[in-house]
Design a protein around this ligand. Sequence first.
Ligand code: ADP
Ligand code: MG
Length: 702
Amino acid sequence: MKPVDILETSIEYLKGVGPARAAVLKKELGIFTFNNLLHHFPFRYVDRSKFYKISEINSDALYVQLKGKIIHFQKIGKPRSERLIAILQDDTGETELVWFKGIKWIIDKIILNDEYIVFGKPAIFNNKYNFPHPEIEAVSSENIDLGEQLQPFYPSTEKLKAKGLDSKGLSKIMRNLLVQAKGFIPETLSVPILDRMRFIPREEAMISVHFPPDEDILDKARIRLKFEELFFIQIRLLKLKLLRTEKIKGHKFSIVGSFLNNFYKNNLPFELTNAQKKVIREIRADIGSGKQMNRLLQGDVGSGKTLVALMSMLIALDNGFQACLMAPTEILASQHFNTISRMVEGLGVQVDLLTGSTKAKQRRELHKLLQSGELHILIGTHALIEENVRFGNLGLVVIDEQHRFGVEQRAKLWKKNVIPPHVLVMTATPIPRTLAMTLYGDLDISVIDELPPGRKTIKTVHYFDKDRLKVFGFLKKQIATGRQVYFVYPLINESEKLDLKFLMDGFEGITREFPLPDYAVSMVHGQLHVKDKDFEMQRFIKGETQIMVATTVIEVGVDIPNASVMVIENAERFGLSQLHQLRGRVGRGADQSYCILMTGYKLTGEARQRLQTMVRTTDGFEIAEVDLKLRGPGDLQGTQQSGILDLKIADIIKDEKILKVSRDIASGLLSEDPHLELAKNLPVLKQLHFLNKNKPNWSLIS
Ligand code: ADP
Ligand code: MG
């Protein structure tokens, strides 16, 4: 076997593994090769050289190691729910050890008044510390390994444990792996980077991260491995960007013609904000450069992204191209259609709408106009990316509320023209900088960081259900001044029927409290026919109804400036970014707006934090940061499918500094040596090939 291949050996051939364990390792942890196992890192280390006294136990300690005698033990409880309690004593006191399972085995092992080393995590029970399911070993026992100071703890699963691969079992096979792989773990960073960052060699880092001789070396090993992980993500993203700018030509939109000029002179209903102006300049520079634009436009809800999209589309039209705008829901698509049709009135711009519910006859007509180029702007849902929708000359694609679209869907749009159209992706989900750098590292980013003038900050309050009457009273006053109100109910997902009942009950209560003829209430939910949905929306938009009762279908993008109160029922069931999106439906006009979060009394700590955050701030970026901290990046919308955040050792929040350095170094390296042709960069090139071979899908991200 060639030395370099050792790490690619199938895991079943590792000493101590074999086919049965290999099958579970593959299934449970995705470990197929030696190399995969090498990257299964400990999540914690415990100093096994240190012993605690029983009197020193406190709740801060995660794991402690004690030495003492077991002076008493006893089975208690009924046969099926029995437990074993043993009393451990040292010269400072006594504590309880408890087992619920494997009792017989422990009883056989214990000899009263012999010395044991006990290792476990203290819990509090009846105001006292105890140790549920500790490890115990007789002091005389040969098999305690005190050679290592820091014992690694590996993530494992029930199924792995059943095959003897608990943390200890994993640690054993890891040792076998390192014995076999020693000398064959290749360096992946160039010498200049190693020197500059004062990194230890990769092999040493790998060995030390699994079996650290001391804290100091462990730190060095971890930093080096985190850097490496983030560095290669950046190299790949930046290479992707490079490829695009070098190889892929884009349409050159060099002129500003009558569409945009006339719009600007005659139709623009307000002054652009400075942020809008800045972003339009950035977009113009991109699309005028002859390279293909791939730009992410971030802007908080209500910051006026639609207008930016429209003006960009008009530039495409001025240059003889068509444009399309894709939205995630029919409601939003038809709203965009209405807004944009209104805004371009009198300019001779042909706009049409295509959604899942467009009739076949209409569709045929539309296809014709689209291919002949007579239709200028097509707005729609993902119906736009269907195979049979063909443009005569598509120049610009705008995707609104990007997180609802998968990477593949985006890729399909690219193929709608020989020269790929420019792509503008708009999102209101603020993404923390670190995440954006990783998730969208290959896109250029523009930010609208300013709201249109005259907006008042939305007042947000949290009420308990028992305050409902007070809330209703407040709503009546608001409605009396001409304002409109949303009531939003969560989708609980367990059963659509139940969700609907929940909504219906709410609707009934509200119509009872707000009866005809003084009040009219609209209702919209996912199971309504599109026609009915539209009808109800239109009634609300026209002001024929004062109250809109809805599920989260209302969440994205809907813009009705006169609606100034958002009541969110069961607000504890919503995630932070969803709450922020919902709140963004109000505060769009000049009136003072309100967001009322309704909950019961029973709240988890995390739910409470979410509510407090909402009450405290309306800053989307701050909310995104809290969200990231509460949930971790894996849960953020849109991150899962990308696969980028499948990080083994780095942490996108905690390792922000390392991430920045890795990006700087990666971009420095590529600007000196874009194709990694220099001899010194050979290790980087090799690792890149290796990664691309193992994760080809990754390069789909665009
Ligand atoms: P979002 O960024 O959430 O998509 P919209 O594009 O829906 O925001 O804009 C929100 C509201 O602000 C709309 O009613 C829009 O007409 C209005 N608006 C946009 N730009 C400006 C501006 N420069 N001045 C005043 N109002 C604006
Ligand atoms: Mg919008």
